[in-house]
Design a protein around this ligand. Structure first.
Ligand SMILES: CC(C)(COP(=O)(O)OP(=O)(O)OC[C@H]1O[C@@H](n2cnc3c(N)ncnc32)[C@H](O)[C@@H]1OP(=O)(O)O)[C@@H](O)C(=O)NCCC(=O)NCCS
Length: 186
């Protein structure tokens, strides 16, 4: 388990399957995600229970400190030479939106990526219309670094895809309390 201030990140278990399936078929949750087709239980089960090497693709459940599973996040497409990875996050329980849980989950995951996985750079993609997501990532210290024009067709219109990233040094400078200085301090 990886402990943040408001959330804990833990492995995704079979018992989480129904919830994940429900979230991934909720049009509001999926609104800004690139997945557009209905997801079957079989597909969700394959995703939840499929074997993955966490060194390459790390998927974690986000639990509020009071114990409720509220979403998932992960570090994908890890490049071990250049030491970068792409971050993804979904708070599936909409009651928890805009209450700081996404920010804490992001910071907890980035802290783990930088201080435990030795990443140098973490990047993400976000649709230009996802104002809550953009605000959340800016708060975490992610910098805007590019715009893929009209790269995503969603809800009858083309949208720009924004590219954002944060480097290990930037994270350390902005969030020193999330950068343990010795073994056993996290
Ligand atoms: C995007 C997401 C991860 C953010 O997590 P969250 O817990 O809702 O975000 P936080 O509360 O930590 O931060 C959101 C910030 O955006 C602000 N915000 C909310 N709606 C906003 C809007 N329409 N315009 C601008 N800012 C907005 C909030 O007030 C908050 O800022 P503040 O702390 O300065 O007040 C979460 O909402 C989510 O999973 N949404 C659905 C799926 C999704 O979009 N995933 C990301 C794909 S890139």
């Amino acid at each position: 388990m990886i402990r943040g201030e408001r959330v804990v990140l833990r492995a995704i278990e079979s018992g989480d399957l129904e919830r994940c399936h429900q979230w991934m078929n909720d049009p509001e949750v999926k609104r800004f995600l690139s997945m557009r087709f209905p997801i079957s239980m079989v597909q969700e089960k394959q995703w939840v229970e499929g074997e993955r090497d966490p060194n390459k693709e790390l998927h974690l459940a986000i639990e509020a400190l009071e114990g409720e599973h509220i979403g998932n996040c992960g570090l994908m497409n890890r490049d071990t030479i250049s030491r970068h990875a792409e971050l993804g996050i979904v708070i599936g329980n909409k009651e928890y939106w805009s209450k700081g849980y996404g920010t804490d989950a992001m910071l907890t995951l980035c802290g783990f990526g930088f201080t435990q996985m030795n990443l140098h750079r973490i990047c993400l993609r976000v649709l230009d219309v996802n104002a809550r997501g953009i605000r959340c990532y800016e708060k975490c210290g992610f910098q805007h670094e590019g715009r893929l024009r009209e790269a995503e067709f969603k809800h009858g219109a083309y949208h720009d895809m924004l590219l954002m990233s944060i480097l290990a040094d930037e994270f350390r400078e902005q969030w020193p309390e999330r950068w343990p200085t010795g073994a056993g301090e996290q």
